[in-house]
Design a binder for this molecule. Sequence first.
Ligand SMILES: Nc1ncnc2c1ncn2[C@@H]1O[C@H](COP(=O)(O)OP(=O)(O)OP(=O)(O)O)[C@@H](O)[C@H]1O
Ligand SMILES: Nc1ccn([C@@H]2O[C@H](COP(=O)(O)O)[C@@H](O)[C@H]2O)c(=O)n1
Length: 230
Amino acid sequence: MTESTHPLVVAIDGPAGSGKSSVSRAVARRLGYSYLDTGAAYRALAWYVRDRAIDPADPDAVIGALPAFDYSIGTDPDDPAVRVGADDVTEAIREPAVSAIVSAVARIPAVRAHLTALFRSIAAGVDRPGIVVEGRDITTVVAPEAEVRILLTASEQARMARRSAEISTQSAQTVADQLRSRDRADSQVVEFMSAADGVNTVDSTHLDFEQTIGAVIEVINTRTARTSHD
Ligand SMILES: Nc1ncnc2c1ncn2[C@@H]1O[C@H](COP(=O)(O)OP(=O)(O)OP(=O)(O)O)[C@@H](O)[C@H]1O
Ligand SMILES: Nc1ccn([C@@H]2O[C@H](COP(=O)(O)O)[C@@H](O)[C@H]2O)c(=O)n1
């Protein structure tokens, strides 16, 4: 067995509202790992484009905005602050107006290539022994060689109920419609509804939050024990 020189990568994908951010963050905290929310970068770009009145459906205009898009994110699970230039956009990127346009920005191949390179460089540079990276294409595109790859899923009904419990400013029906339409748009671009070869599925439909964290850590322990014996 040789000493690893790069942080152990735990890649987690899944549909909207499956618990990727909250569970990944909690798992990273428990294991003393870094945490990278890749959706935050797509959201921040959508926020930036909107802020500058650029049409998110115009790929050339969005690509033209990339060189000046000065993005940063914290990888400490206790402080994953998101900034664009001097603006702290941690809260703003969660607004429904950003959620409504993020899929249009995320479907542009040059945007995906730009952000994928950024994610890889952030993940390689962390100073903790591991990093949990979550999104839609982490197990398949961003880090297909990750030591641990997980599809975190839950039934549409469970995801909608959890999400609408968080959002008091919109009706349950509106929240459900938006979640469904974002998944539909995103799944035309990347596959995150079913697990790729070698990816472990954790279905949290009948698990509470704590049980889901436990199930993810169990996969990590199993996969890393196996890797260290290879
Ligand atoms: N197993 C679980 N049981 C109950 N609630 C959960 C569970 N997992 C996550 N949640 C809750 O579900 C909600 C959605 O979770 P989270 O925001 O982490 O999902 P997500 O996959 O990152 O969503 P999105 O892709 O839309 O950003 C949160 O309120 C979270 O606390
Ligand atoms: N790896 C990823 C991550 C996210 N996206 C796009 O960003 C949107 C927001 O992501 P959340 O995880 O915060 O919900 C998502 O709807 C996708 O459009 C992506 O394409 N790839």
